[in-house]
Design a protein around this ligand. Sequence first.
Ligand code: PAF
Length: 281
Amino acid sequence: MKIFKSKSELKDFLLTIRKDKKSIGFVPTMGALHEGHLSLVKRAKKKNDIAVVSIFVNPTQFDNKEDLVKYPQTLENDIRLLESVQCDVLFVPSVEEIYDTNVVSENFDFDGLEHQMEGKFRDGHFDGVGTIVKALFEIVEPTNAYFGKKDFQQLQIIKKLVEKHNIPVKIKGRPIFREEDGLAMSSRNVRLTKEHREAAPFIYKTLKKARKKFGIKNVIEVTQWVEKQFKKHPFLELEYFTIADEKTLETPEVIHKKKKYRGFIAVFAGDIRLIDNIGLK
Ligand code: PAF
């Protein structure tokens, strides 16, 4: 695997790939890689001539400084994992390489997608995500880029970014990877205490029960039912549960049979904020 720290060297290398009419599959990450990331890399490899991964803990998308400082950094292990799935290129830029001395976000208009859910609770988060993803797309110029559906709102926002800025890349959303007990894989899971790790599968269990109730009970009733389950829980604190239209991310007043809906959740397990979502029928 080739490892680049400099964007100009990476760009030069990728130019030779594109000149040979080869496709580039790109997986942007913040490192602390797990099976979910590796499945994206395997997919990128399968569907493209080469797979490029970036590892960059992007400061502008963290609204919480402590979360940024404590974000797990496991580069040596990440390199080993990427080599085990035959990743071709790894890009690990420094903050200066990406932002120079101006570590700020651009302001984006994602047609309102940015004001829902995570956008309500994480100030400026999606401006930070938009800034880094746009910058990485400009450097890598990928044919296809792969994102996990655990961050479903992020996925929809990146599709909107690409559409509004005419960026010539196809965005591919991939299924959520879960631990055996149902907890959605996340780089933050390693920071859970034993108690919180044991409690965390309750999130997906509750989502599955909410899915069963959807269609029998109305949106408000299902939402209130989920809220009640967490009120009783000794270790987990619900930040939000929202049922939303997959396209607009708005909570529906009336359910339309032809539209797709999802239940979205954010929960605090101690200091660690976990998110998850589930498709509803
Ligand atoms: O999902 C993530 O890991 C990050 O938000 C991303 C897309 C790599 C941008 O920093």
